[in-house]
Design a protein around this ligand. Sequence first.
Ligand SMILES: Cc1cc2nc3c(=O)[nH]c(=O)nc-3n(C[C@H](O)[C@H](O)[C@H](O)COP(=O)(O)O)c2cc1C
Length: 215
Amino acid sequence: MSLFRLDTSIRTEGSVSREVTDTLEKAYLEQHPGGTVIRRDLGTQPLPADLWATAAFAGYTPEDQRSEAQKTAVATAKELVDELLRADSIVVGAPLYNFGVSQHLKTWIDVVITDPRFAAGVENPLAGRPVAIVVARGGGYGAGTPREGWDHGIGWLSRIFADVWGGAVTVVEAELTLADTVEAMAALRPLAAEVREKAHQQAAATGKEFAQSAA
Ligand SMILES: Cc1cc2nc3c(=O)[nH]c(=O)nc-3n(C[C@H](O)[C@H](O)[C@H](O)COP(=O)(O)O)c2cc1C
């Protein structure tokens, strides 16, 4: 039994996506004490930004003509996909940066897609595997708010993990995370605390459910 945990917050202190993902992981392991967690932390150990282009062009180059950099890029893509597919459940911490996903997460997804097991045309490589996407965002994006429709991260992530890769996606959202530190958002602190508590509760339920469905 194993959970693949992908962290992408560029913070290690005070990161809400990491805290909520911790809750999910804890619930998963409580349900299955012998389970393992396969970790990759793109926030602290990002993939090189040019890895994707190198891996993509390697795909158009006959194997015996590939450069050393292309061989390394192909091997890295293989390693990323191996660790992803080794897990029965997946959790991705996904902060909102500049109204989209982190550059590091985008690179990881692009590189995964260069591997033949996730290439365009391969249907549902995750084949119904449970995936939790834990979103953390500083502002509020709910219906009727001025920023409604401005979160361009979660829509794209859901397209990739659910519609393209065939995962069974659960979205856990914590928003207004900047309320604690931004004085102009002080009035929103009680609401932010409520939203965060709900995210932890949903993460705990999701971790338990993932462990049960994998058993
Ligand atoms: C460079 C940067 C860009 C950000 N851009 C946005 C943004 O576009 N919208 C938003 O609501 N919050 C934005 N935030 C705030 C983060 O989404 C928020 O702090 C979130 O909690 C980060 O995840 P973490 O707590 O796991 O680190 C940004 C933060 C940083 C550092």
